[in-house]
Design a protein around this ligand. Structure first.
Ligand code: ZN
Ligand code: ZN
Length: 425
């Protein structure tokens, strides 16, 4: 922390965002969010000798485990990494939110739901060059919120819509043509590879001060740690990681959440259908169960995860409902709104009366007939709960004082990336 250097042309030595301070980087500070990277994926790929660059980085750098935010879903964690703060501060606690007033379920992808500026905006406003590449376009608007593209100091685009990128909206025209790669399928490992390839080219040519690379968990939903396809994914990542490291950047590798098998022995999804239960206890549709994992890309998880929130009718006996839910096999946490907000740092107005989490191998559903499980080709793997909270946190510099989980959070990524990037040499 005390080796910060005033490299900024505007003379600033650190950047303050949402009450946290970020050292001014001497080299590019990169955070890489490997979507759904259960630590065992790295262990298995390393065991087979497929990640020589990561091993080198681990030997010369710092290796820790960090905790994700709960719900251990993609958007809440990406926005925590992007803002350095939990959902209570930035407001994004899932893909969906239920508006009691209108009775509508609304997607939370729109930047109007974002309650805090990003670290990228903080650095950009301080005069830095900033680059953000995401696999899926659903995150792009949130991650890029507040960036200005007119002066050529910011780039923010997705692999998914890379061919649609424009200078005015993304800081780059047709990123697909620029990279010389076709737009990948939305359900593919190539969607993530595109992110890494773009990261290397941006580091060489655009020379950002701060860069965020965030992938998709398509591979992780389908394949377990050690599976050939999973190993191939991490072997592919390792090549790009080696290039980024060789170019001198300070890098933090972390994840938005882990990934666990959530199926029975015969390969069927193991689900507690909570809307069906509440319908039985309180009457049809008296309560409303929201699964914030639900999004337009449900093919790989069938909207089944380990986190749910429920809105109860005013006359319901909340304590009794909570007791009955807590007694169900596989439901591990049932808390009311206040306790959920305190324990998981969630925005009170965007979750229901109760919050439920399920165990390592179980998921929570709404009603059985509402989940289209036919699209699931492999036995279900998913996330959302406490059992997917542990994620890797690997820095390619020595940071001896770096804490570990539960103190270290994945959303400390840019704090430590910037600190590492500010170190001399
Ligand atoms: Zn994710
Ligand atoms: Zn996922």
């Amino acid at each position: 922390m005390n080796q910060m250097s005033p490299m900024n042309s505007t003379g600033k030595v650190d950047v303050s965002v949402n009450g946290r301070h970020y050292a001014w980087p001497r080299v590019c500070a990169i955070a890489i969010c490997l979507d759904g990277c259960e630590p065992a994926y790295l262990d298995e790929a390393i065991k087979r000798g497929l990640m020589p660059s990561l091993v080198k980085i681990m030997e010369k750098g710092t290796v820790r485990t960090a905790h994700s935010v709960i719900p251990s879903f993609t958007n809440p964690n990406n926005m925590s990494i992007a803002t350095g703060r939990p959902p209570a501060v930035h407001g994004i606690c899932g893909n969906y939110l239920y508006e009691r007033e209108t009775g509508k379920e609304v997607m939370m992808n729109d930047p109007r739901f974002l309650r805090a500026p990003t670290i990228f905006k903080g650095f950009y406003d301080a005069g830095a060059r900033v680059a953000v590449v995401t696999a899926k376009d659903k995150l792009r608007a949130l991650l890029g919120h507040g960036l200005q593209f007119a002066d050529g100091r910011a780039v923010c685009f997705s692999s998914e819509k890379s061919d649609k990128a424009t200078k005015a909206e993304n800081g780059i025209d047709n990123a697909s043509a620029w990279l010389g790669r076709p737009v990948p399928e939305v359900y593919s490992a190539e969607l993530s590879e595109f992110v890494f390839a773009a990261g290397v080219k941006l580091l060489k040519e655009f020379k950002p001060d701060v860069m965020y690379l965030t992938t998709t968990d398509y591979v992780q939903h389908k394949y377990a740690p050690g599976d050939a396809q999973a190993n191939a994914f991490y072997e592919m990542f390792d090549k790009y990681l080696g290039e980024l490291d060789a170019l001198g950047a300070a890098i933090v590798v972390t994840a938005d959440h882990g990934m666990k098998p959530k199926h029975t022995a015969d390969g069927k999804p193991d689900v507690v259908y909570v809307q069906d239960l509440l319908d039985e206890w309180l009457g049809k549709d008296a309560a409303r169960v929201i699964l914030p994992i639900t999004d337009p890309y449900v093919v790989h998880h069938g909207a089944l995860g380990s986190f749910a929130t429920a809105y109860l009718p005013q006359n319901a006996d909340k304590a009794d409902i909570m007791k009955r839910l807590a007694a169900i096999d596989g439901i591990t946490v049932v808390v009311d709104n206040a306790e959920a907000c305190e324990r998981f740092e969630l925005p009170s107005d965007r979750i229901g009366d109760i919050v439920l989490l399920s165990s390592e191998n179980k998921t929570i559903g709404t009603s059985e007939h509402r989940h289209d499980l036919a699209a699931l080709k492999e036995p279900l793997r998913s996330h959302g709960g406490l059992t997917e909270q542990a994620v890797p946190f690997i820095v390619n510099r020595k940071l001896p004082d770096l804490p570990s989980a539960p103190v270290l959070r994945n959303f400390d990524a840019f704090h430590y990336a910037a600190m590492a990037a500010a170190l001399a040499g």
